[in-house]
Write a protein that binds this ligand. Structure first.
Ligand SMILES: O=C(O)CCC(=O)C(=O)O
Length: 482
């Protein structure tokens, strides 16, 4: 029995869409869309594609052949994913070429010739080749808190769970994917319930999406196991809802970018030999779903080891360790993440205020964006209060003065400054944040180690801005709305 297709994903000209349109129509509504016209000047589109429109495999072997990459064997399942092996790019290319020669000469498919379809996935290309500048992230996808943060910090650094492998695999969420016709990705929702965008440098992909209200239909009766391949002969006994699912479909052509909304389940098939660039990210719009996911995974991790609670010295630490190992971050990592984001947003707001003497400063799109960020961080901190997270439990807290002196924070701040300067066309945005903040916060003695502290800090910043501004204090009024 085939799957039911209920509609196609909308396609629009990305050149005609500005940031606020994209924000209103897709980001805030969490709806998928395909955009054209955003890859015209990408170096990858020249170097990585032959004149005949095929992946330029020779170029990869010559320039990046020694890179070690993760390669999925599309014919072999390993729990919820495909089996992965590590190999060099040149070995991967060799396998690809051998496979396609076989196919051309005897017309046999891969099953018949006994060779697996391999799919190079999650290659941290930008981290590995920062000078090469293969592409520029389109402006509408730039409000990316995940990669901006990871350019300065690690997500999880607790010494006893810190692993070198993990450091590499979690260094960023900017990837290159390469696979021959027939390679595919099983049904899944993205890491941390992030958004993703995926750009076809070469080739064609078929995407199948299931909107969130139907997600229960691809899970078993206990809502624990998800279907692996929607084109398999899915057992009705195990997955009784599956045949009711109505999918959205999309064929993504070369030079088109697809926006994958947060938390949507999707399965992807390469219809031709394909190379794509793919980022995962989150920001103020889907941050609360990241927290919801962490909370769910934490409860699962806890339930799983409940029977050893009595013999554990520190049961809570063990739960947090398992959470970090399974999900990629724990409560403290997430709390540190949102605290640093709160500080960086407050710094920028104070800058805007200082740079714009007139009373209308807070109605600029940049100020409103920063306020929206703080509002969403504050809401999450309030949710976190109920769970009783304290960064002090793991010996960590954010001291204002120390953080402002930290070169990593300076880099983080400069990154945000550059990104928001570009989104909101604020060319003269200075990044000298310490001066901006210490004048107003010199007397703020407390450090931030609990969600209560974080809420207090954001409220203090709002009061300060309100006290220096005769206009209605947008920051405070937004908190009241919430
Ligand atoms: O292109 C693929 O095979 C998978 C990409 C994907 O799942 C994503 O971008 O979220």
């Amino acid at each position: 029995m085939g799957i039911k297709i209920g509609g196609q994903i909308e396609k629009v000209n990305g050149k005609e869409m500005n940031y606020s349109e994209f924000e209103q129509r897709y980001l805030a509504k969490n709806q998928p869309v395909v955009l054209s016209g955003l890859m015209d000047d990408w170096r990858a589109c020249k170097d990585w594609v032959t004149k005949q429109g095929q992946p330029n495999l020779h170029f990869f072997s010559t320039h990046f052949g020694i890179s070690k990459v993760q390669v999925a064997d599309c014919d072999t399942r390993d729990f919820t994913d495909q089996k992965r092996v590590e190999m060099s790019v040149s070995d991967f290319v060799k396998h690809w070429l051998e496979n396609s020669t076989q196919e051309n000469s005897d017309g046999a498919n891969n099953e018949a010739n006994g060779m697996s379809v391999l799919y190079l996935k999650d290659w941290h290309f930008v981290k590995e080749y920062p000078e090469y500048l293969a592409y520029r992230t389109p402006q509408i996808f730039c409000d990316d808190w995940l990669n901006l943060y990871l350019d300065s910090y690690h997500m999880h650094t607790e010494p006893d769970t810190y692993q070198k492998d993990n450091e590499i695999s979690c260094s960023d969420y900017r990837f290159v994917y390469m696979g021959a016709k027939g390679s595919w990705t099983p049904l899944h929702a993205d890491v941390f319930r992030s958004y993703s965008w995926s750009a076809n440098v070469c080739g064609k992909k078929k995407w199948l999406f299931l909107p969130p209200p139907q997600h229960h239909l691809v899970f078993d009766r206990n809502l624990k196991n998800c279907i692996y391949n929607i084109f398999d002969d899915v057992s009705e006994t195990n997955f009784p809802g599956f045949k009711k699912a109505i999918w959205l479909e999309c064929t993504q052509e070369q030079n088109e970018i697809i926006f994958v909304p947060s938390g949507w389940y999707h399965q992807v098939h390469n219809l031709e030999d394909t190379i794509s660039i793919n980022h995962n990210w989150f920001n103020s719009y889907n941050l609360s779903w990241v927290w919801d996911l962490l909370l769910r995974d934490y409860n699962e991790a806890k339930e799983y080891i409940e029977d050893i609670r009595d013999i554990c010295d520190d049961f809570e630490s063990l739960c947090q360790r398992n959470l970090a190992a399974n999900t990629g971050m724990n409560f403290y990592d997430f709390f540190t993440f949102i605290s640093r984001f709160a500080l960086v947003n407050v710094v920028q707001l104070f800058h805007l205020h200082r740079d714009n003497e007139n009373s209308m400063w807070n109605s600029s799109s940049a100020a409103q964006h920063l306020v929206l960020n703080l509002v969403s961080i504050r809401k999450i901190a309030i949710k976190m209060k109920t769970v009783g997270v304290s960064a002090a439990d793991c010996g960590s807290f954010m001291d204002l003065k120390e953080t402002l002196d930290d070169p990593k924070f300076l880099k983080f701040c400069a990154g945000l400054c550059q990104t928001y300067g570009m989104i909101h066309k604020q060319t003269k945005w200075s990044c000298d944040m310490k001066k901006a903040l210490m004048v107003d916060f010199g007397g703020y003695g407390s450090s931030i180690s609990t969600p209560e502290d974080l809420v207090k800090f954001i409220d203090y910043a709002a009061q300060k801005l309100g006290g220096t501004c005769s206009e209605k204090n947008i920051l405070l009024s937004k908190f009241d709305d919430g």
